[in-house]
Design a protein around this ligand. Sequence first.
Ligand code: FAD
Ligand code: NDP
Ligand code: 3IO
Length: 435
Amino acid sequence: MEMGSYLREIEGKLSNDPFLTEKISGGGGGGGMRRVWVPGPVIVGAGPSGLAAAACLKQRGVPSMLLERSNCIASLWQLKTYDRLRLHLPKQFCELPFMGFPGDFPTYPSKQQFVKYLEDYAERFDIRPRFNEMVAEAEYDRTLGFWRVRSKRGGCRGDEMEYVCRWLIVATGENAEAVVPEFDGMTEFGGSIKHTSLYKSGEEFRGKKVLVVGCGNSGMEVCLDLCEHSASPSLVVRDTVHVLPREMLGRSTFGLSMWLLKWFPIRLVDGFLLMVSRLMLGDTARFGLDRPIMGPLRLKNMSGKTPVLDVGTLAKIKTGHIKIRPSIKRLKRQAVEFVDGRIERFDSIILATGYRSNVPSWLKEGEMFGKKDGLPRRPFPNGWKGENGLYAVGFTKRGLLGASMDAKRIAEDIERCWKAEAKLSTPTTLSPPST
Ligand SMILES: Cc1cc2nc3c(=O)[nH]c(=O)nc-3n(C[C@H](O)[C@H](O)[C@H](O)COP(=O)(O)OP(=O)(O)OC[C@H]3O[C@@H](n4cnc5c(N)ncnc54)[C@H](O)[C@@H]3O)c2cc1C
Ligand SMILES: NC(=O)C1=CN([C@@H]2O[C@H](COP(=O)(O)OP(=O)(O)OC[C@H]3O[C@@H](n4cnc5c(N)ncnc54)[C@H](OP(=O)(O)O)[C@@H]3O)[C@@H](O)[C@H]2O)C=CC1
Ligand SMILES: O=C(O)C(=O)Cc1c[nH]c2ccccc12
């Protein structure tokens, strides 16, 4: 049969059996490959971005299929974050489309509350991801005009699936994999070394000397948590950093900034934020935290580097409970040598060195995503759409609010094609027999 008519037949069948499944290889005992024809988009990743995209599509009558490598929704939040985590931005800046946070949630919801919100969100829009499906490869088949998305199913050894769809939505996130740097002498070091994605609380570090590497929001808060569990943390700061209080003048720093940006140019708002921070926190350079030359909001816009929102760490740095150290030169059996020549004993090292996208490892595509950073090449707000029905949600470096914006745009765009195609296929699938 000619390929075009084969596909039309398949599409006709799909209107009756939404997920037409064929077994295309392998025997009875597992290790086979199944192919599923998906009528709507396939969404890779069931974090907040994937959920938001699925909900926006559903609201417009477009069904979708979510594939998630882990065994739950929002795996970053449920499995890879520390116990004391709360949203840093007030809840109204973190809601997904069509559903606000409950009124009885605090301004900065805890991680448990945020996860509960996401679970309620999935239930409200009847979003049921396929769990334990790790997408290992996705490629656009030019002759077919469809995306082929291959996933490996955890649990069932060697079981593989191939999803065939017109639209592919990448929702694997900016934080898909932990960044783990290499240091000379790393294998020699006798204590534990772990990334913040595995850190839960300071409990296991009671009385220990701990070196935290990296001073983003994670590293700063982990240091505070260690202090509160009677450990002695030191923090490696290799570069400049903006630290702002989470709140100023009785309002959230983030909310205040957004409001000021409506009226004033960004340089003026940055000047204001730095002035108030100076009054509230003092001169951070005196404690070893030099500020970048560019202001915090301009830096965030140009490079994506998020200012640290301080929740109490700076006070501990001032009192000397947290010590600031320069870059690591090498690790020794029970000690760390820094670039300034100091050698100091440590029991453990925590890598708060951030995350990266994993898109280049599975998406076979040359245009939309950068090969190195795995982020869309086109700058915000234009990174959400690629060629041949390829989309990206949640790669804006603008947190949950950015993800919601992407999700709405993508759903609007796909709905247009979906309706146009429904019209085209109406005569063959729905017209009554002519008499
Ligand atoms: C500690 C921390 C705190 C944060 N706090 C805030 C905040 O207060 N406010 C804010 O706006 N933003 C915050 N962020 C930013 C964060 O990016 C968002 O909160 C949000 O989690 C992003 O959602 P996402 O769906 O894009 O990515 P993720 O939440 O990372 O979800 C991506 C999903 O894709 C899955 N996946 C990845 N690769 C594959 C694959 N190959 N196949 C199948 N599935 C795959 C993952 O398992 C994961 O479940 C925070 C981030 C971190 C790390
Ligand atoms: N409550 C909340 O809302 C929280 C939000 N977050 C968010 O989660 C995301 C991830 O944050 P985070 O995990 O802190 O990661 P980040 O990428 O923000 O920070 C990583 C830090 O590690 C440093 N670093 C990387 N490699 C090395 C190295 N080899 N030696 C020394 N330092 C190194 C980086 O320095 P350099 O700048 O020099 O590269 C940077 O300061 C961010 O968007 C953040 O805002 C995180 C925690 C809490
Ligand atoms: O995703 C992040 O980096 C956040 O933690 C949320 C965030 C988005 N834009 C910001 C600007 C200033 C401080 C925090 C954020």
